[in-house]
Ligand binder design. Sequence first.
Ligand SMILES: Cc1cc2nc3c(=O)[nH]c(=O)nc-3n(C[C@H](O)[C@H](O)[C@H](O)COP(=O)(O)O)c2cc1C
Length: 161
Amino acid sequence: MMKKLVVYYSQSNGNTKRIAEMIAEKIGADITEIDTVVPYTGSYDQIVRQGQEEVNRGFKPQIKEIEKNPGEYEEVIIGTPTWWYTMAPAVLTFLSSADFAGKKVAVFQTHGGWPGHTLKDMKSLCKGADIMSEKAIQFDSTGGNRLETPLDEIENWISGL
Ligand SMILES: Cc1cc2nc3c(=O)[nH]c(=O)nc-3n(C[C@H](O)[C@H](O)[C@H](O)COP(=O)(O)O)c2cc1C
């Protein structure tokens, strides 16, 4: 069987983590989390503003070493929350330094109704990858944790991974 790894970043409510865990469980993949060295602190609104400033300047925060080595997997599934119409800065750091040559890659985002150009931006950073699929998954528009995309639609997508 092909070795598969789910790599995700999740900050606000664990929305992206929830989907990542669902994927890992359904397809029998390993799972590992991206995290920043410096944690985000403050209220949701403060983090939204800090995120805007970081996205605008293309900031790449330092991230902790992830626990699994993507180099050892044939298929890598990468998930991010949407931050200002693109991937979260931590995922920008991760994708900017990773090498996906010869690997199958799938990307997904969680968002609150404004998906922007996140998946396109992620795909363009996966150098050398064979992009097999992508999925935008919507949670509620107030930044909360209510899933809006129907579960069977998500499960359908997962079964093709
Ligand atoms: C800094 C920041 C920026 C955000 N920008 C967007 C956005 O551009 N479009 C959108 O639909 N949701 C946006 N959101 C909402 C999150 O993408 C959404 O709640 C996501 O599911 C959170 O995932 P998490 O709980 O895994 O962190 C933003 C949230 C934060 C904290």
